[in-house]
Design a protein around this ligand. Structure first.
Ligand code: FMN
Length: 329
């Protein structure tokens, strides 16, 4: 007979899968699948949702799944359980990114319970950020957060580094947009269909008319010129910019980077700040190499984020649970 404790564990793992689906994902592809079986939650990559043009190596897909894994860990802590996570446990099955089982010791040191309460408030914000500086103590806390997840957060503070980030982002943005296949992929993942549960909603991207030339341009989702928030995110080199990176550049590092990304984003949300990825410069191989060289980084850059204060943005949609979670009785 199933004990009450086993039922509680299963319920906590199911909740963890539900909470995992709130994670950010590249182009809101939600490239994950969860399998709940025998007291274990498997986190799988769904490579049928990989962006073939933007992400041929699955780097960003794996970062997205790592973010989902972090949400699952946070959820388990708030349900009163610890999480034992085996990352990439089976080399014969590379789609199995993590196996999660519960322990009786929740990780209280990480403040995960407080992060669970802001999990649904976290969002990618592409609006104009106000001029308020992000305090140094907040940035130090974010550096510690990333370090706790085997990653490094580099705050872009020197003027020559800001100039380099802006220039390399513009270069990468031009190179990407020069490729019709990249533009077609973006178009396929930008949507104004109220019934669609994936993709980036036009409501959440700024109106761009080709005349706006931001210093650190956000990715142009609005191929049809139909974006909604007020025009001009005014993304400048003087806003708070951070690079998140890892020591290596293999799938395990990408998974860890995703965990670090989401934990950092939740910490940012908890403190009342907004954030959004601006990742063009780390996607194009030549600008990624230059970014490392010009910022003097030994780590591999995985994400570039802008942080600031801004009004909320319309929430992104999520796929239905039945489409992402398999449960065995
Ligand atoms: C690996 C990764 C890369 C991303 N790159 C960008 C980007 O370059 N520009 C952008 O506006 N959003 C970017 N995003 C944010 C996603 O578009 C966003 O997470 C998704 O649309 C879901 O929306 P939400 O974060 O508000 O839940 C990225 C997210 C991830 C995980």
């Amino acid at each position: 007979m199933t004990s009450v404790l086993e039922l509680r564990r299963t319920a906590a793992l199911r909740r963890a899968a539900v909470r995992a689906t709130f994670a950010p994902s590249v182009h809101n592809t939600q490239p994950w699948r969860f399998v709940l079986r025998d007291g274990e939650l498997g986190v799988y990559a769904d490579r049928s949702r990989r962006l073939e043009v933007l992400d041929p190596t699955s780097r960003q897909l794996t970062i997205s799944c790592g973010s989902a894994l972090m949400n699952a860990r946070v959820s388990l802590a708030s349900s009163g359980f610890g999480a034992k996570v085996d990352r990439l446990p089976d080399s014969a099955h590379s789609d199995l990114l993590a196996r999660i089982t519960t322990t009786d010791q929740p990780d209280t040191s990480a403040g995960f319970a407080a992060l669970d309460s802001v999990l649904e408030l976290r969002q990618t914000n592409r609006r104009r950020f106000d001029d308020e500086q992000v305090p140094a103590e907040v940035l130090s806390a974010l550096e510690e957060t990333a370090a706790a997840e085997h990653s490094t957060l580099f705050v872009v503070s020197r003027e020559e580094h800001r100039v380099a980030v802006a220039r390399l982002t513009r270069t990468a943005d031009v190179l990407e947009n020069a490729d019709p296949a990249y533009r077609a992929e973006i178009r396929a993942w930008t949507t104004d269909d109220p019934g669609r549960r994936d993709g980036v909603r036009e409501l959440a991207v700024p109106y761009l008319d080709g005349l706006i030339q931001d210093e650190v341009p956000l990715r142009v989702f609005d191929i049809g010129g139909m974006g909604s928030p007020p025009p001009g995110p005014h993304s400048t080199r003087s806003q708070c910019l951070v690079v998140l990176g890892t020591e290596g550049d293999r799938p395990i590092d990408w998974l860890r980077a995703g965990e670090a990304l989401e934990r950092t984003l939740l910490e940012i949300t908890k403190r009342g700040f907004a954030a959004g990825p601006v990742t063009q410069a780390v996607e194009v191989p030549s600008t990624r190499i230059q970014l490392r060289a010009e910022l003097g980084l030994t780590m591999y850059p995985q994400m570039l984020l802008r942080i600031g204060r801004a009004p909320l943005s319309p929430a992104a949609r999520r796929r239905r649970l039945v489409d992402v979670l398999v449960e065995d009785a």
